[in-house]
Design a protein around this ligand. Structure first.
Ligand SMILES: *Cc1c(COP(=O)(O)O)cnc(C)c1O
Length: 375
């Protein structure tokens, strides 16, 4: 091993940069002594909605809940089928099931994104499907025109899972523009990462925004008036203040650093068995992760090699969602048909470190190490 270990998420460096703003945000909340659903939450919701170019945002507890709240606000009923991807964080499907939906999986393309052509075929063959939860995987934005087209042709309610894609745009449009309600996670590793769990939804529809606000707060439409069976998934004031003061103002700087690192990787990685993804020209990725594909059953060997060289890499994701043990005895699921590309990605993908607080020399070391890999 040469030099120090290269972390996937060098959070201590991030803490040094944001510490002062975090401490003053916490002090302000302490002095105002308003801890849940107060002015800090409203201020963050306004700022985040503006950032995403949507009329409304509602903070909530985490990304999982954001997806569930969005589906429930869109009046999903028990047993409704929901078209989605087999290749994502398990939370995407878990939220669908928790909302009462039945996931229907279609295969992904070579970049791991839900294949929208196959989605269209699936919807044409089964017009009963009225919901879709696509994911902007790795921070790569899906084409919103194609999502709009599916929505129109098949009267779909779409909930975009934007958990990995804050900052991504397609032809200039931020992710979340194609859905009735978009869902976000602010888990610490995400591009807009809190110091704990947090999430949000965005929408242009005032009625849906009100429903989401009620659902996150026991289904209350006014104090002690419960119109629906909601949940407790509120974004607390301390987190809203931290996000608003310490994280959101730095998002653009961090995004451009992620892009810089991605460009360095794309320019420098030249090993024939380590392939970067090819994104459409209109896609301005947010680079939550930097995935490469290592072919020929050599992924484990590659991961071991990187580990020995002091480079932490990770895999997103090693197991397809429909193959997870938790879904084994789950009666609602339809047997997925052809998930070949998703299966290949699950055995080939490796995520290289791309956190904005990594140094140029660390990124160069990753590139050099990869290029010298003796397969
Ligand atoms: C992180 C993530 C989630 C879940 O978000 P949490 O805040 O951890 O609940 C959902 N979907 C995707 C694609 C994610 O990356």
């Amino acid at each position: 091993m040469t030099g120090t270990r290269i972390e996937v998420n060098p959070f201590k460096r991030q803490w040094a940069a944001i510490r002062e703003d975090v401490v003053s945000a916490v002090e302000r909340v302490g002095e105002n002594a308003n801890y849940v659903l107060g002015p800090e939450g409203l201020a963050f919701e306004r700022a985040f909605a503006e950032r995403q170019e949507r009329r409304f945002a509602a903070g909530c507890g985490n990304g999982l809940d954001a997806i569930e709240i969005a589906l429930r606000a869109l009046a999903i009923s028990a047993g409704d089928r929901v078209l989605t991807t087999p290749f994502s964080a398990f939370a995407t499907t878990l939220a669908i099931i928790r909302a009462g939906g039945v996931p229907v999986f279609v295969d992904v393309d070579q970049n791991g994104a839900i294949d929208l052509e196959q989605a269209a075929e699936c919807l044409a063959a089964d017009p009963g499907i009225r919901y879709c939860v696509p994911v902007h995987l790795y921070g790569n934005p899906l084409n919103p025109a194609k999502l709009h087209d599916l929505k129109r042709r098949y009267s779909l309610s779409i909930v975009e899972d934007c958990s990995q894609a804050v900052g991504a745009t397609f032809s200039g449009d931020p992710v979340g523009s194609a859905s009735s309600i978009a869902a976000y996670s602010f888990y610490p590793t995400k591009n807009l990462g809190a110091l704990g769990d947090a999430g949000a939804i965005t929408t242009d529809d005032e009625t849906l925004a009100c429903r989401c606000r009620a659902l996150r707060d026991y289904g209350q439409s006014a104090k002690y008036r419960h119109d629906r069976l909601g949940m407790n998934s509120r974004l607390d004031e301390i987190h809203a203040a931290i996000l608003n003061d310490a994280v959101l103002p730095r998002l653009d700087e961090w995004l451009s650093r992620r892009r810089e690192i991605a460009q360095r990787y794309i320019g420098a990685i030249s090993h024939p068995e380590v392939k970067t993804l090819a994104l459409p020209a209109e896609a301005w990725a947010a680079w939550h992760l930097f995935p490469v594909r290592v072919s020929g059953q050599k992924r484990e060997q590659f991961l071991c090699y990187l580990g020995e060289e002091g480079i932490r890499a990770s895999v997103h994701y090693p197991v397809l969602i429909p193959d997870q043990a938790a879904l084994k005895d789950w009666a609602g699921g339809s047997t997925p048909a052809n998930l070949n590309e998703a299966g290949r990605l699950a055995s080939e993908e490796v995520s290289l470190p791309i956190h904005p607080f990594l140094e140029d020399e660390e990124i160069d070391r990753v590139c050099r190490t990869i290029n010298r890999w003796n397969t």
